[in-house]
Ligand binder design. Structure first.
Ligand SMILES: Cc1cc2nc3c(=O)[nH]c(=O)nc-3n(C[C@H](O)[C@H](O)[C@H](O)COP(=O)(O)O)c2cc1C
Length: 516
């Protein structure tokens, strides 16, 4: 077994530096997409009986723009999800919402954006007895919208113990566990997939947090847990699939039983994803190096995040024009999530400063997460390339969350640069705005060890996912994008010197289809 230490942070740096994209690296990569070995985007247990989830669920009426700004606490008192609430949560986070369509392969598109539409993130539920669902460990089968029970009984104590008695986990009637099956994304993205693990979990969690808020269920993202027992509980082959995040859902005064039944291996049969899989040791190495070994280590890991805010403005600033709740579009959580789908071509039509303000304001109210304490702190700062926003001069900006102002770093037209930085694609050049999420990894790794890398990537994915939703709530479009790492930092420097790019999203109005 690999002996590693979360405090030896060369491992996170080595992974991050080793998976940067540059003009050269992209050209020198000999990788090609082998469609004859295309990975199936579903995990299908061959022998477990499906437990169909209720379908015709009532829409969640809370305005999406309100839901994404909620603090994750829900109203006080007992909040126990029933089977319908669980079904809504799973469907609106990771369920199939559109399709099938596609060029090389037919894709059934899902509630949350995912790199390459490869859908490598799986959801499990570990719960006590819920109304409509007996205690157990379940897998959410996306292909048929059904649960499958891996283990019968109340196993929540395994998670409570693994998370060092994290209070939200200890009080949760149900915990959603997100995993990644590396190969299903590495087929296209190779070792860079470990970043995508957190990006693509992040967009799912943005939806999940909004869906929980829409049902007035407390929800929290927990990253501080001992990895091995969680992987064992889900019977994962941890060289190929690992647990990435726990999301305690709901709150109950009745604590789970202090001891869980024994967790022996299950060796359940799963449909193969591909004819063969390729192993990327760099992924396994950084995951092992960012793993925690004991409940005490997990308990000491959470909280105390170094704030990622930029230094106070030194240049000209523009105040946000965020509307009040009453003025903001009121499209519901369900409507917006079902409407979302990444824009494939942006027109050059501007969005307004009020729309950009609403997006920035609502998407950055904070993420309820164990590593973000005090509440409201974020690890990432937002850097913008503004191409076309009515009421805001084109140029580069950094966002200050406290005073809610955009600081102009340089005025100018940067469409060409935006296209280059976003991996030479048309989408970032044509968009109205590009928002980069940048983190200063040195203090983050100093506080959290290698696991801080997971936290910084995941937080950026959640914030990016919320921003995606905020765009669709206001009826314009968005897409995630990938980028040339060091060139982005260079572009925003000197302000951004030393920072690392975690995530990129572009926003704008979709191009009108040409009449044929
Ligand atoms: C983090 C992230 C990065 C992405 N990068 C790109 C990209 O570089 N180019 C692109 O055309 N689409 C990109 N996408 C969009 C995905 O291809 C899209 O989400 C996926 O095909 C699923 O479609 P949907 O978002 O419409 O549901 C990205 C999405 C995410 C979440």
């Amino acid at each position: 077994m690999l002996m590693t230490d979360n405090r030896q942070t060369e491992a996170a740096w080595e992974y991050h530096d080793g998976t940067k994209h540059s003009y050269r690296s992209v050209r020198e990569s000999g990788h090609f997409l082998d469609f004859s070995n295309y990975p199936m985007p579903f995990k299908i247990y061959k022998t477990l009986e499906p437990i169909p989830l209720p379908r015709d669920l009532p829409p969640l009426a809370m305005p999406l723009l309100e839901a994404i700004a909620e603090p994750g606490t829900g109203p006080p008192g007992e909040r126990v999800p029933d089977l319908a609430a669980l079904a809504a949560t799973l469907h609106l986070s990771a369920g199939i919402t559109r399709g099938p369509r596609g060029k090389d392969v037919e894709v059934q598109f899902r509630a949350a954006a995912c790199t390459g539409a490869l859908y490598h993130v799986e959801l499990y539920v570990v719960c006590g007895d819920l109304p409509g669902l007996p205690a157990g460990v379940y897998h959410f089968g996306v292909h048929d919208a059904a649960l499958r029970r891996l283990r019968a009984g109340d196993f929540r104590a395994v998670l409570v113990n693994a998370a060092g008695a994290e209070p939200a986990v200890a009080a949760a009637p149900a915990v959603v566990v997100c995993t990644s099956t590396y190969w299903r994304n590495a087929w296209k993205y190779e070792a860079r997939t470990y970043r995508h693990c957190f990006w693509d979990t992040g967009t799912i969690l943005a939806n999940l947090l909004a869906t929980a808020a829409g049902q007035r269920l407390p929800a929290r993202v927990v990253l501080g847990f001992v990895d091995a027992p969680v992987n064992r509980l889900l019977d994962l082959d941890s060289d190929r699939e690992v647990a990435l995040a726990l999301v305690p859902l709901g709150r109950s005064a009745a604590p789970p039983p202090a001891r869980a039944p024994a967790i022996g291996p299950l060796n359940l049969d799963v449909e193969p994803y591909s004819r063969f899989e390729v192993d990327y040791p760099a992924i396994r190495a950084v995951h092992a190096a960012s793993s925690l070994g004991s409940p005490e280590e997990a308990a000491a890991w959470r909280g105390g995040a170094p704030p990622g805010d930029p230094p106070p403005p030194a240049g000209p600033t523009v105040a946000l024009q965020a509307p009040s709740d009453a003025e903001a579009p009121a499209d519901s959580v369900t409507e917006v999530i079902l409407r979302r789908g990444s824009t494939r071509r942006f027109g050059h039509q501007a969005i307004t400063l009020a729309q950009l303000s609403t997006l920035l304001d609502r998407a950055t109210q904070g993420v309820p997460a164990d590593f973000l304490d005090p509440p409201g702190v974020t690890l990432n700062a937002l850097y913008l390339i503004v191409n076309a926003v009515d009421g805001l001069a084109p140029g580069m900006y950094v966002y200050h969350r406290g005073p809610r102002v955009l600081e102009q770093l340089r005025e100018g037209t940067f469409r060409r640069e935006a296209g280059y930085l976003g991996l030479e694609q048309a989408l970032p050049a044509d968009a109205s705005v590009n928002i980069y999420f940048l983190a200063d990894l040195a203090p983050i790794l100093a506080r959290f060890g290698n696991r801080g890398y997971r936290a910084a990537q995941l937080e950026a994915g959640i914030l990016g996912g919320k921003a995606y939703l905020a765009a669709y709530a206001q009826r314009f479009g968005a897409t995630g994008l990938t980028f040339y790492d060091d060139d982005v930092t260079g572009f925003f420097s000197p302000q951004a010197r030393g920072k690392s790019v975690m995530f990129l999203t572009a926003f704008g109005h979709p191009a009108r289809r040409r009449a044929t």
